[in-house]
Design a protein around this ligand. Structure first.
Ligand SMILES: [Zn+2]
Length: 55
């Protein structure tokens, strides 16, 4: 079941993959800001959206 982390503002997909990644790591990869809308990323458990494929 893939994990998906999206920007809470614009919906840009910041990370998608089968490995569970800590949001902090994903945020660091983008230098702390959303690459699309520039929103400062400050994820916590409630804001991270994790979606899985349901079949
Ligand atoms: Zn964004």
């Amino acid at each position: 079941m893939p994990q998906k982390i999206v920007c809470e503002v614009c919906g840009e997909v910041l990370y998608k993959g089968v490995d569970l990644k800590p949001p902090e790591e994903v945020i660091q990869q983008f230098g702390g800001n959303c690459p699309k809308c520039g929103k400062k990323l400050n994820f916590n458990a409630e804001k991270v959206e994790i979606k899985g494929n349901k079949k």
